[in-house]
Design a protein around this ligand. Structure first.
Ligand code: NAI
Ligand code: MG
Length: 392
């Protein structure tokens, strides 16, 4: 039997992760769940939000289901650290970024599929006095480890760095500026990682029957990095003659989100552009309560909702947050494990609950979150899960 490392983390991560496990169990999916410590609590107690023992568990079992973590500004991090650990050189870093780096989880997949009847779906005017509701079904492949978020950056760059940059003629215009008045962030991409993400994207399109793959970059300006993306996309596309390759510029793509989002299937982008475009698409299909994701590496994969720990709702009893993003993340885990039929059943059950329209969490009712939401007719987190289980 497979073992899954369950890492609820902080805040509503602790609320939604057990709900996803309830749904998994209701499908008859058999697995052991081992608990993995992660999050703010462990920063405060141990000076490490991602304890070594959690890394060991993932090394051993390879599959993680993750809720959400809380991270706070530098000053709070220092203040909340156990007094016994203070001034010993502990520095906070995000455990989810830590996981992605440690296991080289370089491929981030974010499906954004509209459920029919979701009151949060994007609608647009049809030009005849009415409205139309396109059924958005886009899957964003975001390179997760390189590019603009690779972390290679400086304020007041050291001399060797500055000298190296000055070999580029375009640095002339900064010649008179002191180094302490310069900040540099880099956008470095590698052929290997770029090939890997396109290969995965095309394979996904093939497996799930998507008709096109779009490179969403900016090669007319970012001639080197976006240029490499486009070139590699064209090479790999040759192996998939049934799938069309499109390319768009990230800025234009954001505009097309409100014009023809239903035309796009699989999209591939570098780290930052992928971050932007995936939030854009998620907004068309219900936002944070629906946005699921997978972080996939060579050996280890971690599945998580896109939302954070929503601390303002963590102590509400009953809980009001939407468990669907977490449950859909668990479906991605099932797909990854080859349990596609169970994933399919869960997605259908969610679709049926939404189409019925009787059980809605507060976000789906477009009302303010808080304890009063329940009196206004919002379903609790657990009621939403129960409704999904009853449709399985
Ligand atoms: P957030 O995603 O936690 O919450 C933003 C707002 O979205 C919430 O106040 C709530 O109104 C709504 N929301 C989030 N999840 C929802 C759900 N399942 N159902 C219904 N409504 C939902 O982002 P925020 O407030 O910016 O950050 C809170 C904490 O979470 C911070 O400490 C932040 O660092 C952390 N965070 C962690 C992430 C992760 O673990 N991957 C990602 C984003 C933020
Ligand atoms: Mg984001």
């Amino acid at each position: 039997m497979k073992t899954i490392v369950a890492m609820p983390g902080d805040g509503i991560g602790k609320v939604v992760l057990p709900e996803a496990i309830r749904v998994l169990e209701a499908t008859g999916f058999e697995a052991n769940y081992v608990h993995g410590d992660i999050g703010w609590e462990f920063w405060c107690k141990e000076g490490n939000a991602l304890p070594e023992r959690t890394i060991k568990l993932l090394e051993e079992h390879k599959i993680g289901l993750f809720g959400a973590i809380t991270s706070k500004p530098k000053d709070d991090a220092v203040r909340e650290l156990d007094p016994k650990l203070q001034e010993k050189g502990y520095v906070y870093f995000s455990p989810i970024v830590g996981l992605r780096q440690h296991f080289n989880l370089d491929i981030c997949i974010r499906p954004c599929k509209a459920f029919k009847g979701n009151p949060l779906n994007f609608i647009r005017k049809d030009g005849k006095g009415g409205f139309e509701e396109p059924l958005v079904n886009a899957v964003i492949f975001r390179q997760n480890t390189e590019g603009m978020y690779g972390g290679i950056e400086w304020t007041n760059p050291p001399k060797q760095v500055r000298d190296a940059f000055e070999t580029h003629p375009k640095m002339n215009k900064f010649a008179d500026i002191k180094s302490e008045d310069l900040a540099i962030s880099t956008r470095i991409v590698s052929r290997q990682a770029t090939e890997r993400i396109f290969r995965e994207a095309f394979e996904y399109a093939k497996k799930f029957g998507y008709k096109n793959v779009t490179v969403c970059e900016k090669p007319n300006v970012l001639r080197e990095t976006s240029g490499m993306y486009l070139k590699i996309a064209r090479q790999i596309a040759k192996d998939y003659p049934m799938i069309d390759l499109w390319d768009t510029n990230i800025d234009a793509q954001m505009m097309w989100l409100t014009k023809n989002p239903e035309d796009y299937a699989v999209l591939v982008a570098e780290n930052m552009f992928g971050d932007i475009i995936s939030d854009g698409f998620a907004g068309l299909v219900g936002g944070l309560g629906f946005a699921c994701s997978a972080n996939i590496g060579d050996k280890v994969a971690v599945f998580e909702p896109t939302h954070g720990s929503a601390p303002k709702y963590e102590n509400l009893n009953p809980s009001i947050v939407n468990p669907i993003a977490m449950i859909l993340s668990a479906c991605m885990m099932l797909d990854h494990m080859g349990e596609n039929d169970k994933a399919y059943r869960i997605r259908h059950a969610i679709a049926a609950v939404i189409e019925d329209g009787k059980v809605k969490t507060y976000d789906m009712m477009k009302i303010r979150g808080g304890a009063k939401a329940i009196d206004q007719g919002a379903a609790t987190t657990q009621q939403m899960t129960d409704a999904i289980i009853s449709k399985l």
